[in-house]
Design a protein around this ligand. Structure first.
Ligand SMILES: Cc1cc2nc3c(=O)[nH]c(=O)nc-3n(C[C@H](O)[C@H](O)[C@H](O)COP(=O)(O)OP(=O)(O)OC[C@H]3O[C@@H](n4cnc5c(N)ncnc54)[C@H](O)[C@@H]3O)c2cc1C
Length: 385
C-alpha cells in the first residue's frame, strides 16, 4: 500500500544517512514541540531551540558549503522544520542560508575565519538585511540605504525591514547602495554606534521569528567591515536563488504537516455517528491535498536531482518556489477547513502552519516576482516593469 504522506515514493532513493538525519531531526522537533508552540503564541524566539538544532547540524550537515553539498539533506531539513515549526525553518534559512552564504561567498579570509566556524556550531547567529520599508520586490534596483566612503571606512544611512534573527544576532549582513549605485555588503555587530534595531510586533505569521526594523543613523564602520567580494546585486540574486529552492522544500513540509494533521483528525473526529473521514465531501478535500502534495514532492525530487548535478538555476528555483508555495496555500486552507472550528486552535496542529504559510507565500520572492523570473527565462523578455 502507498504511504499516505509520500504516495508516489518521491523520497524512496534517500540514502540511509539521509534517512537517519531526517529521523534525528524529527526526534529533535518532537521534543521541542510544546516549547515551540508556546513561543509562537507568545511571539518570542525560543532560545532553548538553538543548542539542539546546532547539535543536529554539527552532526549531520558537515563542513559549511553553499550551495549545499547534499541538496537532499538541505531539502529534508527545510521540509521537516516546515512540517513542524516554520518559524524554525526561517531561523535556519536566515542564519545558515542567507547570512552564512554571503560571508562564505563574498567575505575576506579574515571574515570567514572570524564567523563561519562559530556560526556552523550555532554559537554565533546571523541575520540578513536586504529588504527595506519602502523596497521589497524592487531590491535589485531600488535600495535606498546608502553606503558613503569616509576616511578609512564607510558611513551607512537608511532603514532595513524584516531581517529575521536580528534581535539575537551576533552579526548582521547589511546590503546598501554604494556611491556608483552598486550594491555593497557589510558585516555589523550589535552595539555599533548608529545601529538601532526595533522589533516588529503583532505579526499573524512566523510569530517566533523576531523580525525588525533596522535604522542606520550615520553608522560609521571600518573598511574591514565590508564584504570585499560583493559588487553587484546579481551576486546576491544567485544566493537567493538557492534559497528559493530551500523555501520550496519548506512549503512542501508545511503542506505535509497540515495534511497529516487533517488526516489524523478526520479519522478520529465523529459526527453523525461516524468518523468525518468517512464522508465523501471530506475525502474529496483529503485527496485534493494529497494530489497537491504529491505533485510538489515529485517536482522537488527531480529538481533536487538536478541540483545534485549542479543544474539548479534561478528560473528552476523560482518555478519550484511559486509552484510549491501556491500548492501549500491551497493545502493549508483545506486542512483548516476539515478541522472545522478546531482548525483555528494551535493545539490541533494546523493553525500555526495555516498562518505561517502566508509569510512563506510572500518571502523569497512573491508569486508575481517568481512568475516574472520564469517568464523572462522562457520568453527572453523581462516584464518586471
Ligand atoms: C516573515 C518575513 C520574513 C522576512 N525575512 C526577511 C529577511 O530576513 N531579510 C530580508 O531582507 N527580507 C525579509 N523579508 C522580506 C521579503 O523578502 C519581502 O516581504 C518580499 O521580498 C516582498 O517584498 P514586499 O513585502 O516589500 O512587497 P512589495 O514588493 O511591496 O509587493 C507588494 C505586492 O506587489 C506585487 N508586485 C511588486 N512588483 C510587481 C511587479 N513588477 N509586477 C507585478 N506585481 C508586483 C508583489 O508581488 C506583491 O504582491 C521577510 C518578509 C516576511 C514577511
Amino acid at each position: 500500500m502507498s504511504d499516505p504522506v509520500d504516495f508516489y515514493a518521491a523520497f524512496a532513493d534517500l540514502t540511509p544517512a539521509q534517512r537517519a538525519a531526517w529521523s534525528d531531526l524529527q526526534a529533535v522537533m518532537a521534543e521541542l514541540g510544546p516549547t515551540l508552540d508556546a513561543a509562537w503564541l507568545a511571539g518570542t524566539f525560543p532560545l532553548e531551540a538553538i543548542p539542539p538544532l546546532g547539535a543536529f547540524v554539527q552532526e549531520h550537515l558537515g563542513p559549511y558549503s553553499w550551495p549545499p553539498a547534499d541538496p537532499w539533506l538541505m531539502g529534508l531539513v527545510k521540509l521537516e522544520l516546515g512540517r513542524t515549526d516554520p518559524s524554525m525553518a526561517s531561523f535556519f534559512a536566515v542564519h545558515w542560508g542567507l547570512t552564512m552564504s554571503c560571508i562564505a561567498a563574498f567575505g575576506s579570509d579574515d571574515q570567514r575565519a572570524q564567523w563561519l566556524p562559530r556560526m556552523s556550531r550555532f554559537e554565533a547567529i546571523g541575520s540578513f538585511a536586504l529588504s527595506e520599508p519602502l523596497v521589497g520586490s524592487d531590491a535589485a534596483r531600488g535600495l535606498r540605504c546608502t553606503a558613503t566612503p569616509t576616511d578609512g571606512g564607510w558611513e551607512l544611512s537608511g532603514q532595513k525591514k524584516w531581517a529575521g534573527n536580528a534581535t539575537l544576532a551576533d552579526v548582521l549582513v547589511i546590503l546598501a547602495r554604494g556611491p556608483e549605485g552598486e550594491v555593497l555588503g557589510f558585516l555589523l555587530e550589535p552595539g555599533t554606534p548608529g545601529l538601532h534595531i526595533s522589533r516588529i510586533e503583532d505579526k499573524i505569521a512566523k510569530r517566533s521569528v523576531e523580525n525588525v526594523v533596522i535604522t542606520l543613523d550615520r553608522c560609521v564602520i571600518p573598511e574591514a567591515a565590508r564584504l570585499p567580494g560583493l559588487h553587484h546585486f546579481k551576486q546576491v540574486a544567485a544566493t537567493l536563488g538557492v534559497g528559493r529552492f530551500a523555501v520550496a522544500w519548506e512549503a512542501t513540509g508545511i503542506a505535509m504537516g497540515a495534511y497529516e494533521a487533517a488526516l489524523r483528525y478526520t479519522r478520529s473526529r465523529e459526527q453523525f455517528g461516524r468518523p468525518i473521514a468517512g464522508f465523501q465531501l471530506v475525502q474529496d478535500k483529503l485527496v485534493r491535498m494529497l494530489s497537491e502534495i504529491t505533485a510538489m514532492q515529485c517536482l522537488l525530487a527531480q529538481l533536487t536531482r538536478l541540483a545534485a548535478e549542479g543544474k539548479l538555476d534561478a528560473s528552476r528555483a523560482a518555478l519550484a518556489k511559486l509552484t510549491c508555495a501556491g500548492g501549500m496555500r491551497r493545502v493549508v486552507a483545506l486542512a483548516r477547513e476539515v478541522l472545522g472550528g478546531n482548525g483555528i486552535l494551535v493545539e490541533h496542529g494546523v493553525a500555526k502552519l495555516f498562518a505561517d504559510a502566508e509569510a512563506v507565500y510572500s518571502y523569497e520572492g512573491t508569486q508575481e516576482m517568481n512568475t516574472l523570473i520564469v517568464g523572462r527565462a522562457i520568453t527572453g523578455i523581462a516584464a518586471f516593469v
